[in-house]
Design a protein around this ligand. Sequence first.
Ligand SMILES: Nc1nc2c(c(=O)[nH]1)N[C@H]1C(S)=C(S)[C@@H](COP(=O)(O)OP(=O)(O)OC[C@H]3O[C@@H](n4cnc5c(=O)[nH]c(N)nc54)[C@H](O)[C@@H]3O)O[C@H]1N2
Ligand SMILES: Nc1nc2c(c(=O)[nH]1)N[C@H]1C(S)=C(S)[C@@H](COP(=O)(O)OP(=O)(O)OC[C@H]3O[C@@H](n4cnc5c(=O)[nH]c(N)nc54)[C@H](O)[C@@H]3O)O[C@H]1N2
Ligand code: SF4
Ligand SMILES: [Mo]
Length: 730
Amino acid sequence: MAKIDLYHTDPSFTVVTGACPHDCPDTCSWQVAVESSSGRAVDIWGNPHHPITQGKLCGKVDRYLERTYHADRLMTPLRRIGAKGSGHFAPVAWDEAIDEIAARLRSVVDAYGAEAVLPYSYSGTLGFLQGEGMATRFFERMGASRLARTICSEAGFEGYLYTLGAAEGMAPEDFAHARLILIWGSNTLTSNLHLWPFVQAARKQGARVLVIDPARTRTAQAADEWLPIRPGTDGALALAMMHVIIAEQLHDDDYVARYTVGFDQLASRVREWTPARAAAITGVSAQRIIDLARDYATIRPAAIRINYGIQRHYGGGMAVRTIACLPALIGAWRAHGGGMQLSASGLFRHLDKRGLYAEDELLRTPRPSPFAPRTLNMNRLGDALSLEPARLAQAHYHPRPIDPLPAPGQAGPPVKALIVYNCNPAAGAPDQNAVCAGLRRDDLFTVVLEHFQTDTADHADYILPATTQLEHWDIHRSYGHAYLALNRPALAPVGAALPNSEIFRRLAAALGYEDACFTETDEEILRAFVETQTHERFAGITWPRLLAEGFCRLNLPDPHLPFAQGNFPTPSGKCEFYSARMAADGYDPLPSYTPPQWQEQARQGEGEKGGEEARSLAIGNTSPLAPRPSPLVCISPPAHSFLNTTFANAPRFIEREGQPVLRIHPEDAAARGIEEGSQVRVCNELGEVHLAAAVTTALMPGTVLAPGVWWAKFSPDGPQHQSAYFIPRN
Ligand SMILES: Nc1nc2c(c(=O)[nH]1)N[C@H]1C(S)=C(S)[C@@H](COP(=O)(O)OP(=O)(O)OC[C@H]3O[C@@H](n4cnc5c(=O)[nH]c(N)nc54)[C@H](O)[C@@H]3O)O[C@H]1N2
Ligand SMILES: Nc1nc2c(c(=O)[nH]1)N[C@H]1C(S)=C(S)[C@@H](COP(=O)(O)OP(=O)(O)OC[C@H]3O[C@@H](n4cnc5c(=O)[nH]c(N)nc54)[C@H](O)[C@@H]3O)O[C@H]1N2
Ligand code: SF4
Ligand SMILES: [Mo]
């Protein structure tokens, strides 16, 4: 009998169904065997009944029990005893910690106003409850600054929404019916593993799979073809594909006429985008672009898996928008197996009959003043924590060109208290030097809710131990498929850990917030989440069903072809090749090419000029005598065994990844006298890092790749490189 069957039949074990909490499109359903006598989890596996999980977890979460029972798990609240950032703490009782934190927050609010408090969170868990469920109630009640959670997907998301109207598209299952699959800026085998079986099913039926990526990733290796492209230039490739498709009249006239707006303007825009022009920008040959366009327009059904890798560059939103025009141009949405997927999150988010988002209703709490607090951009944490008003003003969220930035005098109070949960910004946020300088401010009061003493937690005044997914309730939507999942706790909390929800509940009580929303239990909140949904997509999804089954598919037709007959939820109801909304927001209303920062710099011959992303890098030997080398473009997609900075403290996964490296093409290495294993200094105007060179042809020349996201303290040039977990290079 298989081990799993044994757990189900042996009365000394209980099997609990839950959901993986991580920031991953697959949102797996898992099952955990708990030994009844000890209450200890002894095994975890992918739920065989879940149509996407199909019984398999990835290599990281297969080891989730090691994470939960890790010797370094935070077991008790800690109070700082050393200098800021030194990482020295002493245990403190929960009641004391909560009272002291509440007193400090009260004094900050009294002296500077509630906007001086900044919540900072992202994707440690994607659960509704342990994510923002209780935290938003707390911070809205306080009137704290709001956080624009921009770090991952905002650019691409906006580009997609302007064009198609909603974060919807193909389901993973649909890819099995495609005959041509473009995996465009995504490393499926690392970051979206559970799509792959559907891709393979399509290949068994003769589908071809192309990967468009600057790096020959493990996905590119497993595909039929790797199409190397320079980072940040995908928009130019898509424009030239449209040039060919329209010039050769390969577009779907009928679909375009019925379900799109702006075809004539698009046609005249792409006329100038000859394959030769795009070839010079992208590094993809003109002939290859022509062949790709012809194949894409004629091999039916054609599917595109676009992912967030593409949009981590200046102009990334426009690139996604441009690519999002392709399926409508060739009518790919008509067929099962045609279309594209960026995110499925829109399936779970819709207005109810009253024009409200059901979940927002749950988060709404009475606010002390009728004025909306300021919103700060999480990508600008270094600026937000600066005491210079001009930099604080820069941190204000202004998503569209027409949104004004405040004058420095209007930027509001300095951030005096920072509450971090589900997030490790000291290791994973942009401009690390500025972030850490802010975190080291003696006058900044910082609280970090965590499982582990991360680089961020090292800078805290208080660290509060949080439960892992095995120890708390939650509900999970997915951004990769259409299944809603319930996570039931399998264990009692380890040590003195508490769920985020309970920590915020206790802080609310200590601050005297008496609103009813702070007394609801976790189960009550989740039950209300399910029961207040009025949209037909939630029809048939009930609390008892989730308790019994662990997950439910949204009430959608199978297959769900959202745009087969148009029905784009844009203002025009059509796919918007021309977007009046973009024009009104200050953008080019037509698909266009926004060069990445590095290309702009090369064009202007201003290698020193600052930019926001995809900054050019000077890379060379550490010798000060080495000639100043020409810049390269650096990308830092996730290492296979890490999930952003999560798992990057586990010896097993550190060993698998070896050490922080810089992958570099032999041509670029030779030009700089760099050899395999050389220590290289990688720097731009924001800072520098020392990495070991890994010379490889699996990369576009001119591009270097530093897999992430390592913790500074476990990196060779980090502050505490003597740490027990750092594996010496060999
Ligand atoms: N260089 C580089 N930087 C990147 C990226 C990259 O590819 N390269 N990727 C970017 C992207 S796409 C993203 S989404 C962001 C993600 O950035 P973050 O949101 O900071 O995600 P993680 O780095 O995984 O850190 C999440 C932390 O939350 C903690 N955590 C998990 N569950 C819980 C919980 O229930 N309660 C509490 N209190 N804590 C919990 C984990 O222990 C972990 O330390 O990083 C971005 N940064
Ligand atoms: N194992 C693992 N899985 C993860 C994560 C993780 O850290 N580890 N992170 C999760 C999160 S938060 C997210 S947002 C998703 C991210 O998953 P993806 O959206 O797949 O994004 P990335 O891994 O950042 O980048 C994917 C690929 O894009 C390539 N790329 C970079 N720049 C460009 C470009 O300009 N053009 C093109 N065509 N390709 C480019 C990179 O080389 C990389 O191979 O994955 C999730 N899954
Ligand atoms: S990280 Fe992704 S692939 Fe791994 S178990 Fe979680 S949802 Fe599944
Ligand atoms: Mo992300």
